[in-house]
Ligand binder design. Structure first.
Ligand code: RB5
Length: 146
């Protein structure tokens, strides 16, 4: 699976750890940056990752900022993106099973690297369950299209 990953200046070290982890598990990872500790703006990186998903170049995206909040809000402004911000694995898993999320966000100032890996695993290993959940996801899309 192809996964894009993006982050602001707060999350460079965390991003590098997650990229290493994903590559070790066989994922094809596109790192859109930032790779600098110079202050930047999280919407830039959210938009880059979101656009790669919408264009079909990657299947899913991971976004990391200080809290995961700003970067997930920005990603959710892109039509077709369903981003979840998680600081524990249960919600990450359910967000795939019930909400068919295509972006996972978390905070480098909130979770440690090992917990982040568990969150990523729970999110990626789960399957969307469809059926009544598909209907609800379609309702979200209808809101987007109004
Ligand atoms: C940057 O200081 C910080 O605001 C950002 O990383 C993020 O936490 C925003 O939601």
């Amino acid at each position: 699976m192809k996964i894009a990953i993006g982050n602001d200046h707060v999350a460079v070290d965390m991003k590098n750890e997650i990229v290493k982890y994903l590559v070790s598990k066989g994922y094809d990872v596109t790192d859109v940056g930032t790779n600098s500790s110079e202050s930047t703006h999280y919407p830039i990186w959210a938009e880059k990752v979101g656009n790669l998903i919408i264009s079909g170049e990657v299947t899913k995206g991971i976004l990391i900022c200080g809290t995961g909040i700003g970067i997930s809000i920005a990603a959710n402004k892109i039509k077709g993106i369903r981003a979840v911000v998680c600081s524990e694995p249960y919600s990450a898993k359910l967000s795939t099973q019930h909400n068919d999320t295509n972006v996972l966000a978390f905070g480098a100032r909130v979770v440690g690297v090992e917990l982040a890996k568990m969150i990523v695993d729970s999110w990626l290993d789960a399957q969307f369950e469809g059926n009544r959940h598909q209907m609800r996801v379609d309702m979200i899309t209808e809101i987007e299209n109004k």
